[in-house]
Design a protein around this ligand. Structure first.
Ligand code: CA
Length: 438
């Protein structure tokens, strides 16, 4: 049998209707992952990025038993979500879908949970490998509706299983045996809600996988782009094949996109290793407008201090000081989220930071995770970026509830697909708890 390896690409777009991206995507020569977070703006990106950070550690833990390692990583991610929810009631109800394909050199170990999908294109024929854990899929399985009807069903977003930090939602684990020439697609429902399988098949067959990924995202946006759209595409080639210099994976670096790229940090203690946290070349804006924790830039601050100190002692002190005063960051001042000009370091006898603009976003209204980010300081390349960060933080703020007004004639409440995903109970053949995805 021909020894195989694969080329890969990961691409995401926030879409045309959402202000934040709660999807995370990852592609490397050993691991392909997608996670679509849910639970409202406050938590969806946290759930997907935390899950991604735990799952992608598989990329360096060389375990001969790929399936065992993958199953364990899913359990660890679930445990982590449970801890975050226990620590911060504000993120109660958050969760994520997960599809992870771990390459053991011959085949993929696959973990699947939720309604993100895995497709295979083999000799121009498209097959959905994963089975959606959704209410509408149960109707399809029972022969009550067709796949096309499921795609536009008003309850298509109702999930029956997802990674929710609880112990009653297990992932489907299976093996997948690729063949030479196969292409695989992992995608969030922001793609499959927008375009059907025939369109996906044609786009996935594009000349190169990079073109396929770009075309898939473009088509989802053209169809309305209602949701975040994320695709991870892989193509199997002979292991001895030279890297194609025209492809984004030619550098051999992993590709991390979406919420996990915005919040990349070594939360689990093993560091980021050789994993790149840079966005793909397709989506340079992805990181630019997302709140970022300071850990990745802490070295920069200290470098700035040293440079400024050195420069002050030298001839270009004024220029260095002037440079420092063109930097911005978001931090806390008097309990409010505040934009500062300068850098977060002072030299004896000299202050390198001052308040540029106070905002009315109260620190106490932010979820604990966001509050900590602000307390640590969030760097921004410009004042506009700093203000954009404040805007995003404000979206996470818990606004005080208005005083409830008594309703003269109360009517029975019916389930509605609210913008935030909340729990609802549905009657299906197997009575179970379901989760609204939006
Ligand atoms: Ca989605």
């Amino acid at each position: 049998m021909t020894a195989l390896s694969y080329r890969y690409v990961a691409l995401t777009d926030t879409g045309l209707r959402r202000s934040t991206n709660q999807d995370s995507g990852y592609a490397s020569n050993r691991l392909l992952v997608i996670a679509d977070g849910m639970g409202g703006a406050a938590a969806g990106d946290l759930a997907s990025s935390e899950t991604m950070h735990i799952i992608r550690q598989l990329d360096r833990e060389l375990d001969v038993d790929a399936m065992g390692a993958l199953g364990q990583a899913v359990i660890s991610a679930n445990t982590r979500l449970g801890e975050l929810i226990a620590d911060d009631p504000a993120v109660e109800g958050m969760g994520t879908t997960l599809d992870a394909l771990l390459w053991d050199g011959e085949k993929f170990a696959v973990a699947h949970l939720g309604d993100s999908r895995v497709y295979r294109l083999r000799e121009r024929s498209l097959t959905q490998i994963s089975t959606d854990h959704t209410f509408v899929q149960s109707l399809v399985d029972e022969g009550k509706i067709t796949r096309d009807e499921a795609r536009v069903h008003p309850h298509r977003s109702l999930l029956l299983r997802a990674l929710l930090g609880r112990d009653d939602n297990e992932a489907d684990l299976s093996w997948l045996q690729p063949m030479l020439g196969d292409r695989y697609l992992l995608c969030s429902d922001g793609l499959t809600d927008m375009i059907n399988d025939d369109v996906i098949a044609r786009a996935l067959a594009s000349e190169t996988i990079d073109m396929a990924a770009t075309e898939l995202v473009r088509l989802a946006l053209e169809a309305g782009g209602y949701d975040n759209v994320t695709v991870v595409v892989a193509e199997f080639v002979e292991k001895s094949a030279e890297p194609d210099p025209h492809l984004s994976s030619a550098d051999g670096q992993p590709q991390l996109v979406g919420a996990a790229a915005s919040q990349a940090r070594p939360r689990t203690g093993t560091g980021s290793g050789g994993t790149s946290t840079a966005p793909t070349p397709f989506d340079p804006e992805e990181l630019r407008y997302a709140p970022r924790p300071p850990s990745r830039l802490r070295w920069l601050r200290w470098a700035v201090v040293l440079v400024v100190l050195g420069a002050i002692l030298g001839v270009s002190g004024a220029a260095a000081y002037s440079w420092s005063q063109r930097q911005f960051f978001v931090a806390a001042q008097d309990g409010k989220v505040t934009v500062f000009r300068g850098v977060r370091a002072d030299i004896p006898g000299m202050t390198l930071q001052h308040v540029e603009q106070m905002t009315n976003v109260e620190l106490t209204t932010l979820p604990a995770f966001r509050r900590k980010q602000v307390e640590d300081g969030i760097e921004a390349p410009s004042k506009a970026d700093a203000l954009k960060t404040v805007e995003q933080l404000d979206e996470f703020a818990v606004k005080p509830n208005p005083t409830p007004t008594p309703t003269p004639n109360p009517t029975p409440t019916k389930p509605s697909a609210s913008p935030t995903k909340t729990k609802a109970t549905v009657s299906t053949a197997v009575e179970t708890e379901a989760t609204w995805r939006r």
